[in-house]
Design a protein around this ligand. Structure first.
Ligand code: NDP
Ligand code: GDR
Length: 342
């Protein structure tokens, strides 16, 4: 029998790559979707036709219990979240509810549907394996680099704090109930499907627009922040590997290299054949209330224990995104509109 997976966040970047990966592995894939008129749901219906959809919202406990009861999954991947860091200052309470409390609601849905009641379970109880999308944003203000599974957290945004809650809760359900519940601490990962508000896509779209004469400048915030950027298609494979491991453990996933936003800009404009200094404007108004200055992963544990390695280098990733955006815009697509997802 095919393994059955339920993915929250199926309409997002990672949800789409994970669904494709699991389908290729022979899984029966279900996606949780929310809202009455969410345009991203029709995009999933169109582009991921083999995925079955079930309604539910991370804000609604009952809907998650119903979804788990209906789907009867072997594996649950909790990717749903408010994931844009600046928004987490504007809507801090909502971020706590979706990105933090949503993890509690999903774990409770699994616990209740699996009939797990003992708070002193030993071994691995229940059949459903749970993956939580933890984030390098939990490291925040780092005192050691690179960061590994033992690096302490010091989150710098309401988003990072909400993710830290979900991370510790996942660990706690594993320890309290013996559930197979794990977190992947993923560093930034990007693709042509990345939301247009995140810096990589903002830069590759900006370069493509300028190249095609649609825009004349690109305004950015902090150019000195450093991130460990990898390719989303690689990272979803690590999610599945974590749920196939013998024992439930958390893993850091990243490339082990770090670049600044400035270096990202240079690479993207070079790929478009442009001189970035003529077009990029650094705008103080786009700086964050508290910044994460430097992130760099130590993915050794994932390499040794899961056999996972990234396959796309930074320059290749940026060139792939610039190329995709040039194609999309040349074909008349509007990246802000969900219907034009490349
Ligand atoms: P996206 O922002 O592309 O997708 C977020 C998803 O969450 C969307 O499918 C959205 O669905 C869903 N969602 C939002 N609110 C709710 C809700 N109330 N109930 C159910 N679903 C909801 O994120 P990514 O694909 O980039 O990231 C996936 C996960 O991994 C997120 O949890 C993110 O925080 C985390 N992460 C991402 C990293 C990255 O670099 N991409 C790095 C580390 C962690 P809808 O269409 O309904 O809005
Ligand atoms: P991040 O990603 O906050 O790391 O979270 P983002 O791409 O938004 O920012 C990365 C860095 O770039 C700087 N920056 C800008 N960022 C944006 N969005 N727009 C700008 O104009 C701009 N100028 C400079 C930021 O200050 C920051 O330092 C992402 C999300 O996917 C999270 O959900 C995930 O958990 C983490 O990655 C790992």
């Amino acid at each position: 029998m095919a393994r059955r997976a339920l993915i929250t966040g199926i309409t997002g970047q990672d949800g789409s790559y994970l669904a494709e990966h699991l389908l290729a592995q022979g899984y029966d894939v279900w996606g949780l979707v929310r809202g009455q008129a969410n345009p991203r749901v029709s995009r999933v219906r169109r582009l991921l036709q083999d995925v079955q959809l079930v309604r539910g919202d991370l804000l609604d406990q009952g809907s998650l219990i119903s979804a788990v009861e209906r789907v009867q999954p072997d594996e649950v991947y909790n990717l749903g979240a408010i994931s844009f860091v600046p928004m987490s200052w504007e809507q801090a309470e909502l971020t706590a509810e979706v990105t933090g409390m949503g993890v509690l609601r999903m774990l409770e849905a699994i616990r209740v549907c699996s009939g797990i009641t003992s708070s002193r379970a030993t071994g691995t109880s229940g059949q459903i394996r749970f993956y939580q999308a933890s984030s390098s944003e939990m490291f925040g203000q780092v005192r050691e680099t690179p960061q590994n599974e033992r690096t302490p957290f010091h989150p710098r945004s309401p988003y990072g704090v909400a993710k830290a809650y979900g991370h510790f809760l996942t660990q706690n359900y594993r320890e309290s109930y013996g559930m197979f519940a794990v977190s992947g601490i993923l560093f930034n990962h990007e693709s042509p499907r990345r939301g247009a508000e995140f810096v990589t896509r903002k830069v590759t779209l900006g370069a493509a627009r300028i190249k095609l004469g649609i825009a004349s400048e690109l305004r950015l915030g902090n150019l000195e922040a450093r991130r460990d950027w990898g390719y989303a298609g690689d990272y979803v494979k690590a999610m599945r590997l974590m749920l196939q491991a013998e024992a439930p453990e958390d893993y850091v996933i990243g490339t082990g290299h770090t670049q600044s936003v400035r270096e990202l800009v240079v690479a993207a404009f070079e790929a478009a054949g442009l001189d970035w200094e003529q077009y990029v404007v650094a705008d103080e108004a786009l700086h964050r209330p508290a910044e994460v200055d430097l992130l760099c992963a130590d993915p050794k544990k994932a390499r040794v224990q899961l056999g996972w390695e990234p396959s796309v280098a930074f320059e290749e990733l940026v060139a792939m995104m610039v190329e995709a955006d040039l194609r999309l815009l040349s074909d008349g697509g509007d990246p802000e509109q969900d219907s034009s997802w490349p």
